[in-house]
Design a protein around this ligand. Structure first.
Ligand SMILES: CC(C)(COP(=O)(O)OP(=O)(O)OC[C@H]1O[C@@H](n2cnc3c(N)ncnc32)[C@H](O)[C@@H]1OP(=O)(O)O)[C@@H](O)C(=O)NCCC(=O)NCCS
Length: 142
């Protein structure tokens, strides 16, 4: 049996799927397919993706990562993060509270709020009406 999924760069034809995955998580549409890696199933259909952004010093930010819900728990998220980390050497992000355990499993450690660029992380937690329930946490893998 082959691998359940593989990773490749995103292509323009993927964006409808990826925007749909993002919208299901209440996230904005993606600005384009640059710096996006996609996990695809054996039919070549996207099942998850990880997009990277960067701050003014070139530090990479995960912004965002989404695995389609029926594909969660199969190592897709881990593979996408390990792939990004192996290219970048350092990753930062603001984790939603419900995803903190995922990032901890992969070795991310908490950061203080002044160590993250909220623009690169695309987070406006200060003005978010569900901040308290969400429990966002800045994190880093280095
Ligand atoms: C977070 C997310 C990307 C994880 O993707 P996934 O493919 O299910 O993760 P994996 O299967 O690779 O899990 C890797 C490890 O993390 C653990 N894990 C996954 N999600 C977890 C969670 N929410 N809390 C605690 N641990 C978690 C898994 O059990 C696994 O542990 P193991 O290696 O000991 O078996 C996925 O749940 C998702 O898309 N969520 C919605 C979007 C989102 O919240 N994105 C992050 C925004 S900050």
């Amino acid at each position: 049996m082959g691998a359940l999924f593989s990773l490749r760069d995103a292509q323009p034809g993927d964006m409808e799927h990826l925007d749909y995955f993002a919208s299901l998580e209440g996230m904005d549409a993606l600005p384009g397919c640059e710096r996006i890696r996609v996990a695809v199933n054996e039919q070549g259909e996207p099942v998850g993706f990880c997009r990277l952004d960067a701050d003014e010093n070139g530090v990479a930010y995960v912004n965002p990562i989404v695995v389609f819900d029926t594909w969660r728990g199969y190592g897709v998220g881990r593979a996408l993060i390990e792939d990004a980390w192996s290219r970048e050497g350092e990753l930062r992000l603001v984790a939603r509270g419900q995803s903190v355990g995922f990032y901890e499993k992969l070795g991310f450690k908490p950061l203080s709020w002044d160590e993250v660029d909220l623009k690169a992380a695309s987070e406006d937690c200060d003005n978010c009406p569900v901040r308290e329930e969400c429990g966002p946490l800045p994190m880093r893998l280095a």
